[in-house]
Design a protein around this ligand. Structure first.
Ligand SMILES: Nc1ncnc2c1ncn2[C@@H]1O[C@H](COP(=O)(O)OP(=O)(O)OP(=O)(O)O)[C@@H](O)[C@H]1O
Length: 692
């Protein structure tokens, strides 16, 4: 390694489990031996000093100026010609290292550069209040979206909160920003391990310097979780956000003991219940362990709670509040559910064979649709436009080939997600699309965590343009430029559909959500629901699941503004869409409905009734594979299985807490399946090299 000795070197280390400080010391020693001025400091030192600064220094220009003169006086002159010298010559240095006791051996200007949020403030920045300043410097946002700031302010004031925002609305900031500002640790309950890992990685590796975050999971090694716990026991833990699964929080006495210890020291800032709809059995993704979270209010009565979800009807909201013990008068923040940039369409899944390809017509149309989308994106990129105007007369994949041209694009890249009902269907369709020259990958819960991570990364990097997936894909996926989401088969509920479809167009640019409707798919879902939830113990849930399925079917088969139907379902039609229809953001309002054949799904419905009377038949999809209503990595999670295993080793399918045993088997308490996980290494710390 050759070092540039002209520049001082700062090694910022976040030590939360891995022994990064040893590595840092070794590197610093090496750098010094090679004539470099070098020092190490912790990333969290920078963040803490910034937060401390905000509390001790009101953001007015005079105070900032005083701080500047104080730090400037204390500063040792940085080496001439260095970046640090340039920084020191700029107007003001925000971070007061002397006051905050950090950065031994570094000049303030050099210290300021070690974490970008400590960089000198511009005159404009000095006018910002602490919320705007943290939003800008730590999260990189120039402003707040509707409701975000009010939520953040109330969180910092210690209120219980209920946050209801659509997919991609910006819910994470509503608890991550208060976590940065507030003293102590914010505990985030998160349903999926992969989601926790993504969030922690995103926070720690932020280009703006990172927010110290970590997680506890049963899939960590003992050393890793011990290191995280050791950090939490410190007088001043560096971790600002700690992610845990509901299972851990409910079942682990030692974790709760640790949290009680933090609470006793005034260092437990808040509980956040992410995907809070999982708490309610009326929600579309009920998960029994979430119900156990009712213990939080009794065990930690003074610790505020934020419940966060993208989908909750008023019944589900009431249920969540009652279970979590959030007072009914707690502030509910609900932003508009209207996503006007999304164009909703429903198209028939025409099964007749295409005479040219011998494939069902819906396959031909799907290919044409995707290629047309890509062509339009390329054309838009070539024309230097970031969007392509949605032209009347354009159709989704169920329409005739002649109409299969594109309707939306957000520029050069054209990513899409295609949701399937079963793993086999997802694999088969991805294969088929690749055969057609499309860059497609598949994703489902049957893949190893490493395989899933690879596919996800390829999708993010653009190596793959299409992901063909079961519903295992998507929660927490923050890819802004997904231009279309096609449902190859309908979802099991309208809430699920809106959440999945809502992964399109998170950047606010035009995007399409196309549902390929077929009576056969209604039948598949209906039959599987019957099989999975029948029995007296779950009678209510069964009835609820069927109602959800029928609401979904009605969405597809009713010729009424699609946006209006969705908003009415969430009970916000009048506030979000005062005119009662979107005007031009759905096939109905654009007069582009491709007619469905009512006889098809009505006949299927009756057929399903008939089949349901016949007993003991394992429901199967077109491909002969059992249909997966439910597809979650959690089925491989040994935190979940013990409570929901099946008798006699019968195969258990699990998704979001709904466990299905093979016909005739009762749910039991087997913990025999302990999966091998070969996922990516658990992230408990990061280190960053920052040359000055
Ligand atoms: N104030 C803001 N300004 C600019 N971008 C923002 C702002 N708030 C959030 N974002 C961005 O919006 C995107 C979506 O945010 P986030 O992931 O929090 O959505 P979400 O509501 O949690 O969605 P989901 O329900 O899908 O998880 C992210 O890329 C985030 O950085």
């Amino acid at each position: 390694m050759k070092l540039n000795t002209q520049h001082p070197l700062v090694l910022a280390v976040q030590d939360m489990g891995i022994d990064a400080s040893h590595a840092a010391a070794a590197l610093v020693g090496f750098a010094r031996q090679n004539g470099c001025k070098a020092a190490s400091l912790s990333v969290e030192q920078g963040l803490n000093s910034f937060v401390d600064y905000l509390f001790t220094h009101p953001p007015d220009a005079a105070a900032a100026a005083r701080e500047h003169s104080h730090t400037a006086a204390a500063a040792a002159p940085p080496p001439k010609g260095s970046a640090a010298a340039a920084a020191a010559s700029r107007k003001r240095t925000l971070a007061g290292p002397a006051a905050n006791g950090g950065y031994a051996g570094l000049s303030p200007a050099a210290a300021a550069l070690t974490a970008p949020w400590n960089a000198p403030l511009t005159a404009d920045e000095e006018q910002l209040d602490k919320f705007d300043l943290v939003n800008l410097k730590v999260f990189g946002h120039r402003g707040f979206r509707p409701q975000q700031k009010a939520i953040v302010m109330q969180a910092v004031a210690g209120r219980d909160l209920f946050v209801l925002m659509p997919t991609g609305g910006g819910k994470s900031l509503c608890y991550q920003l208060p976590a940065v500002i507030c003293r102590g640790v914010t505990v985030v309950v998160c349903p999926l391990l992969s989601l926790m890992q993504d969030q922690v990685r995103g926070l720690c590796l932020s280009p703006r310097g990172g927010v110290p975050a970590s997680f506890l999971s049963s899939q960590q090694s003992a050393e890793e979780s011990a290191a995280v716990k050791r950090e939490l026991r410190k007088a001043r833990p560096s971790v600002k956000l700690l992610y845990v699964t509901p299972e851990q929080l409910v079942k682990s006495d030692s974790l709760r003991g640790l949290l009680q210890d933090l609470r006793g020291r005034g260092l437990l800032a808040r509980f956040v219940i992410d995907e809070a709809h999982c708490v309610s059995m009326w929600g579309h993704d009920f998960r029994p362990d979430y119900k156990g979270l009712k213990l939080l209010k009794s065990a930690f009565p003074r610790v505020p709670i934020t419940a966060v979800t993208a989908t909750a009807t008023s019944q589900v909201q009431a249920d969540i509040k009652s279970i979590l013990g959030i007072s009914s008068s707690a502030v509910v923040h609900q932003t508009s559910f209207l996503r006007p940039n999304l164009l909703f369409r429903v198209v028939p899944k025409v099964r007749e064979a295409d005479t040219e390809t011998d494939q069902p017509l819906y396959m031909t149309n799907l290919i044409k649709y995707i290629k047309a989308q890509q062509a339009a994106a390329a054309a838009a990129a070539a024309a230097g436009s970031s969007t392509v105007k949605q032209e009347p007369g354009m159709r989704g994949p169920g329409a005739s080939a002649a109409n299969g041209s594109s309707s939306s694009s957000g520029g050069g890249s054209c990513s899409g997600i295609i949701y399937c009902l079963s793993r086999k269907e997802a694999e088969g369709l991805a294969d088929y699309l690749r055969g057609e020259g499309l860059k497609a990958g598949h994703y489902h819960a049957g893949m190893t965590p490493r395989q899933r991570m690879e596919v996800q990364n390829d999708f993010f990097s653009g190596k793959l343009q299409l992901i063909v997936a079961t519903i295992a894909f998507g929660m927490g996926i923050d890819k802004p430029d997904v231009r279309f989401v096609v449902h190859f088969a309908m979802s099991k509920s309208l809430e699920g559909y809106y959440q999945e479809a809502g992964r399109a167009g998170r950047d606010g640019q035009p995007a399409e959500c196309v549902l390929m409707f077929s009576g056969a798919d209604v039948n598949r879902l209906q039959y599987m629901t019957r099989m999975s939830l029948r029995g007296s113990r779950v009678a209510l849930r069964f009835a609820n699941a069927m109602e959800q399925l029928h609401t979904m079917r009605d969405y597809a088969t009713t010729e009424r503004c699609r946006h209006a139907q969705l908003l009415a379902y969430f009970g916000v039609l009048h506030s979000d869409l005062p005119g009662g229809s979107c005007g031009s953001s759905c096939d109905v309002c654009r007069g582009e409905v491709v007619p469905l054949d009512p006889a098809e799904w009505q006949a299927e419905d009756e057929a399903a009734e008939g089949r349901d009377a016949a007993d003991g038949v394992v429901p199967a999809g077109d491909d002969g594979e059992p249909i997966e209503l439910l597809d979650s990595e959690e089925e491989d999670d040994d935190e979940v299985l013990p409570e929901f295993g099946c008798e006699d080793g019968a195969e258990a399918v699990s998704h979001s807490g709904v466990h299905v045993c093979a016909a005739g088997k009762r749910p039991g308490s087997s913990s025999s399946r302990r999966p091998q996980v070969d996922g990516p290494p658990t992230l408990v710390g990061v280190s960053t090299l920052l040359p000055l």
